[in-house]
Design a protein around this ligand. Structure first.
Ligand code: KIV
Length: 281
């Protein structure tokens, strides 16, 4: 593809500076919502960046979205490194989060550190790992060594078989209390962000209000989170399967992919996505 026919050509190049961790912290402190989308390649990364997305997540959802697997479990660290390199080449200013894939951090801090280094050297600004409790020590180990970390609680897809499917988590009081403890521990360990996936909106709201330095990024967790994330292909309406109710198709009523992404960013910023009456549990 020539530079002239680049899909980002019609978009004014963003004047903004690269988004840093202090910038994200400032947004969180000032109550500005953080808009996040997944990206797996240079073209969509460039497009979303030019449309004002705050952060791009190179998620291991690529196992399902790009590779056609039924779960994220087959995704390897080499896959993640490859897609992070692609996204980093396309991106100019968005904060880049890289998922540590299944089995790449589970044996302890040393493995977590080595896997994180591979993602950081591929262009990540932050790594994300799933689970609470046992991950606290890993987060502390990574943060102490200068690697920003995003936690991921609630529905953690790498544990899909243990959880019995992709379903709402922390419904009962005991599970909700456990999740609250895990979130507080992740914050104390130094995690700056935490994805909350498919948890009741009231729980996510309570956590978001209680936590001080760790911003919550919701997906199926209601409107009150510090920010939102969606899988890009889901919000563009091109995922060939029934989508969970927390997804909104932003391509509907949009004239282009750029338009859809800009509408997503605006909807997150102004708090009109998600709509708790439609998208929350
Ligand atoms: O892998 C991924 O895309 C994710 C998001 C769904 C939060 O973890």
């Amino acid at each position: 593809m020539s530079a002239q026919s680049s899909p980002t050509q019609s978009i004014p190049s963003p004047e903004r500076k690269p988004i840093s961790l202090p910038h994200l912290r400032k947004m969180h402190a000032q109550g500005e919502k953080i808009a996040v989308l997944t990206a797996y390649d240079a073209t969509f990364a460039a497009l979303a960046d030019a449309c004002g997305i705050d952060a791009l997540l190179v998620g291991d959802s690529l196992g399902m979205v790009l590779q056609g697997h039924h779960s994220t479990l087959p995704v390897t660290l080499a896959d993640m490194v490859y897609h992070m390199q692609c996204v980093a080449r396309g991106n100019k200013t968005a904060w880049l989060i890289g998922d540590l894939p299944y089995g790449s951090y589970h044996t302890g801090p040393d493995q977590a550190y080595r896997s994180s280094c591979a993602l950081m050297q591929a262009g990540a600004h932050m790594v994300k790992l799933e689970g609470g409790g046992w991950t606290t020590a890993l987060v502390e180990y990574l943060v102490t060594r200068g690697i920003p970390v995003c936690g991921h609680l609630g529905l953690t897809p790498q544990s899909v078989h243990a959880l019995g499917g992709y379903r709402l988590q922390a419904k009962e009081d005991s599970a909700a209390n456990k999740l609250k403890r895990e979130a507080t521990d992740l914050e104390s360990a130094g995690a700056s962000l935490c994805v909350l996936e498919m948890v009741p909106a009231v729980l996510a709201a309570e956590l978001t209000n209680t936590l001080k330095t760790m911003a919550t990024i919701g997906i199926g967790a209601g409107q009150q989170c510090s920010g939102q994330v969606l899988v890009l292909h889901d919000m563009l309406g091109i995922t060939p399967m029934k989508l969970p109710r927390f997804v909104r198709n932003f391509m509907q009523d949009s004239t282009s992919v750029q338009d859809a992404i800009k509408r997503y960013v605006s909807a997150v910023k102004e708090g009109s996505f998600p709509d708790n009456a439609v998208h929350a549990y």
